[in-house]
Design a protein around this ligand. Structure first.
Ligand code: ADP
Length: 508
């Protein structure tokens, strides 16, 4: 940790990413008077982040392994263009300790935590070990990699089934196996180890109690290089499909001020345990009684960071940049307050009626919603293709309201306004979730999609819309009739147009 008061002004940032997050980072840099450099693959030549940046360099062919993940090439671009700092966004190289070290060794500032913190938190077991000095609640389980299957089975018996076998190096919802009873323990264990070896090159696995109705709640933290750490409250991310988030909100509808304080303190301690600086997220799992347990720490900016920005008024990217410049955090814990409610829906190019399989194609119509309390972070324009090579997220639609009800109402209105034709998206699915009584009550968990969602519910949704359209057609015909009638009576003629847009028909 750097305890000196040196600050190093950043003049030019290279964003080692693409799409909405590259644009989002560049916008904050521009507001701070910092020049920006985009990198892009051959598939992204016409992408918005390339147009937005002050300079842009092609780093290779479409597959990310040949472009966005090319560490040495990216560092060379920094030398060539006199770049002082790299922002990695999320995904790609953002949690790669080797990259963070290479960047720092090349004399370039890495806008993120130290390589050591990335490394420790990149391993679930090392993370548990690092935080063990602090009083952080953990899911009952084994604290170390399992070497003796008999002893592990004994432990599983003590904890009580079902239990979860997890790969220490796992991520992105992969490398987990549920074991329902003792009879299947050995077999599942063998499978878990061989899967961990082939997927992550590391066979270390451990066990955890399987929380049957879990809520995924995470805390945003910010730390500087002088040892100051604050938390910016929670985000509720329990609406997931395939262990991946689709709708997030801040604050959670069910977290009380006492639980918030306790989770915040635990998160700050997790950050302290690895001398964390920069923006980070501490993830917890909570059971139906809101007992919460530490899951892992993500050592980067999260996709869902905008909901925290909306409720706190803090620009997290600007804070990341100021921390990387060596500045002392200007925010004190007591200054932070929750100022309203915010929701984010992830607009994926996926077909909810077909098991959320990615869909690709051209955005023949693409019109963003507007109006009070609406923020759209995206990287596309009408006429652009959604490429097959990368994450199928088109946009993040974020709303803000004085309370949860207003944020939900605004989101439903914004989803209605959003016009996307040419590909299937998760918008209709999100609209269904937001109106579901379980979501509205706040009493939902990560099983929501499995429990309540069937493709047919979207058909029912479409039928309702069609019925509504029919009613609108009848109303329009009536207006026409009345106006015609007026004309017959030699009253001044009025324009009898039906201005209703056909978004309902076109929306996918
Ligand atoms: P990853 O690194 O793959 O994201 P996490 O440990 O963050 O793995 O878990 C991802 C998701 O898996 C959580 O959001 C939750 O839905 C589920 N999960 C993880 N641990 C447990 C557990 N002990 N019991 C029940 N569900 C769990």
């Amino acid at each position: 940790m750097d305890n000196s008061n040196h600050t190093h002004k950043i003049n030019k940032i290279l964003v080692a990413n693409r799409g909405e997050i590259a644009l989002r980072v560049m916008r904050s840099a521009r507001e701070m008077g910092i020049k920006t450099v985009a990198i892009f693959s051959e598939a992204d030549r016409n992408a918005l982040h390339v147009k937005y940046a002050d300079e842009a360099v092609c780093v290779g062919p479409p597959p990310s392994s040949e472009s966005y993940l090319q560490m040495d090439k990216i560092i060379q671009v920094c030398h060539d263009l006199k770049v002082d700092a790299i922002h990695p966004g999320y995904g790609f190289l953002s949690e790669n300790a080797v990259f963070a070290k290479k960047v720092t060794d090349a004399g370039i500032i890495f806008i993120g935590p130290s390589p050591e913190a990335i490394e420790v938190m990149g391993s679930k077991l090392a993370a548990k070990d690092a935080v063990s000095k602090y009083d952080i609640p953990m899911v009952p389980g084994t604290p170390k990699a399992i070497t003796d299957v008999g002893a592990a089975k004994q432990r599983a018996e003590e904890i009580g089934y079902p239990i979860l076998i997890k790969a220490s190096a796992g991520g992105g919802g992969k490398g987990m196996r549920i074991v329902e009873n003792a009879a299947e323990f050995e077999e599942q264990m063998n499978r878990a180890v061989s899967e961990a070896v082939s997927a992550f090159g590391d066979g270390a696995v451990f066990i955890e109690k399987y929380i049957t109705s879990p809520k995924h709640i995470e805390i945003q933290v910010l730390g500087d290089t002088h040892g100051n750490i604050v938390h910016l409250f929670e985000r509720e991310c329990s609406i997931q499909r395939r262990h991946q988030k689709v709708i997030e909100e801040a604050p959670s509808a069910v977290v009380t001020p006492e639980i918030r304080r306790a989770m915040g303190e635990a998160a700050v301690n997790v950050a302290r345990a690895c001398n964390y600086y920069g923006a980070g997220t501490v993830e917890f799992i909570a059971d139906e009684n809101l007992n919460f347990y530490f899951l892992e720490m993500n050592t980067r900016l999260q996709v869902e960071h905008p909901v925290t920005e909306q409720i706190t008024g803090v620009d997290l990217v600007k804070e990341q940049i100021k921390i990387a410049q060596g500045e002392v955090l200007s925010i004190k814990q007591d200054d932070l307050q929750i100022q309203g409610h915010s929701l984010e829906v992830r607009v994926y190019a996926e077909d909810p009626k077909n098991n959320f399989l990615p869909d690709i194609g051209k955005l023949t119509t693409y019109q963003r919603p507007q109006g009070a309390g609406v923020r759209v972070d995206d990287g596309f324009e009408q006429g652009m293709d959604v490429p097959i090579y990368y994450d199928p997220m088109i946009a993040k639609l974020v709303t803000f309201g004085k309370d949860r009800t207003q944020a939900i109402e605004r989101m439903l209105r914004a989803i209605e306004e959003y016009q996307i034709v040419g590909i299937e998206t998760t918008l209709g699915f999100c609209s269904y979730v937001l109106q579901h009584e379980s979501f509205v009550s706040g009493k939902f968990d990560t099983n929501f999609v499995n429990k309540y969602f069937k493709p047919e519910v979207l058909d029912a949704h479409d039928l309702n819309e069609e019925a509504q359209q029919d009613e609108e057609k009848v109303a329009a015909a009536l207006v026409n009739f009345l106006l015609e009638h007026k004309k017959d009576n030699n009253k001044p003629a009025q324009q009898a147009t039906t201005t209703k847009s056909n978004w309902r028909k076109n929306r996918v």
